[in-house]
Design a protein around this ligand. Sequence first.
Ligand code: ATP
Length: 373
Amino acid sequence: MSNLPKLDIAVFEGDGIGNEITEPSLDLLSAASEQTGGFELTFKRLPAGAGTYRQEGIALPKESLNAARAADAIFLAAMGLPDVRYPDGTEVAPQLDLRFEFNLYAGVRPVRSVAGLPPVLADPRAAALDFVLIRESTEGLFASRGKGVVENDQEARDTQVITRPVCERLFDFAFDLAAKRRAAGRPGGVTCVDKANVFTSFAFFRQIFDERAALHSDIDADRAYVDATALNMIRRPWDLDVLVTENMFGDILSDLAAGLIGGMGLAPSADIGDEHAVFQPCHGSAPDIVGQGKANPTAMFLSAAMMLEWLAERHSIADCARAGAAIRSAVDQAFGDGGLIPADLGGSAGTVQVTQAVMTALRTPRVPVATAI
Ligand code: ATP
C-alpha cells in the first residue's frame, strides 16, 4: 500500500459516444497520474443515463447518486438519447439532475484554440482564442425543467428563476477566476451577459452583478446584452475574457463558442459547486456518429485536465495540477504540427488515432509542461 493521496473519481460513461470516449480518457488520466507520481486515482463506474432509464425505469439510480456524492470528483462523458423521453416529451438528462442535486452553479466552459487545427475564422487573431464562458447551471430558465405547464392545449409557460444567493456566489466565482487569469498574464475582466433591458429577472441579475463588481473593484467589470454578445463572439472573440451568464443563454452561447474553435469535440467543461464538481465535455451523446470510431475524445481529455486542476486546488496536491497541465500540453503537442486532423474537423483521425497521438505526446513531451488556468 502506498502512502500517496488517493482520489476517488465517480465515472459516468452514459450513452452514445460516451461509451467510446470514456476508456481512452481514463487511460490518459491514469498515465498522467502515474507519470507525475504524487497521487493515485481510483475510478468507480456508475450507471445513469438514457440506457439506464430504458433498462431500469430510472435515469439516475439512488446508488449512483450516493456514490457520486461520496467521490472526490465526478467525471462524465455524455448522457441522453433523442428517442428516450419522459412522458412530458422532454429528454432524459441526469447530467442536469446532478447539477441541481449538488448545487453546481458555475458551469465553466473554457474556449481555447488548439494550434494546428483548421481555423474557423479567417482573422489570424482567432488562432489564439482564450476566453471562458461561465454558465449559471442551477436556475435561470432551466429552473422550470419538469415544471412547465400547457393550458388547454392553447398556451404553454416556463418560468425563469434568478436568486440572490446563487447570483452572488456565481459572480464571486467569475471575479475570482478573472483574478487568477490576470495573475497568469491574461487581461482578467468579467462581462455580465443578460437581457436587462427587457426582463425584470435580468435587471435583478445585473443589479447583483454590479453589487459584486463593487466588491471586486480591482477587476474590470463590463455588461452586455446577450444578442450583442452573440454578434461580438463572431466578430471579435479575441477581445473576450470571462463572460458570466444565465443558464439558457450559457447553453446557447457555449455551443456558439465551441464552434469558434472547431466544434463540440474540442470543448471541455466543469460544473462546479462549493462541495462537488462534475467534469464533462460540452457535447452530448452524438447518436449520429455512434459506433463509427469517429468520436473526438479531446473535449473529454481537456475536461480531465480541468478535473485534475480542481482536485489539485482542493486537496493541495501540486502533482495533480502538474498532471492536468501535462494533459493539456499533450493535446497541444499532438495537434500542434498540423498532421492530426480529427474526423469532426474534416480530417481522418478517429478516436483511436487521436488517443494514441495524445498519449504519445504525454509520454514524450517536447517542451516543459507549464501549469495554466
Ligand atoms: P445535448 O443537447 O445533449 O448537449 P446536442 O443536441 O448539442 O446534445 P451533440 O450530441 O453534442 O448534440 O452533437 C452535436 C453535433 O456534434 C453532432 O453532429 C455530433 O456528431 C457532433 N459531436 C458532438 N460531440 C462530438 C465528438 N466528441 N466528436 C465528434 N463529433 C461530435
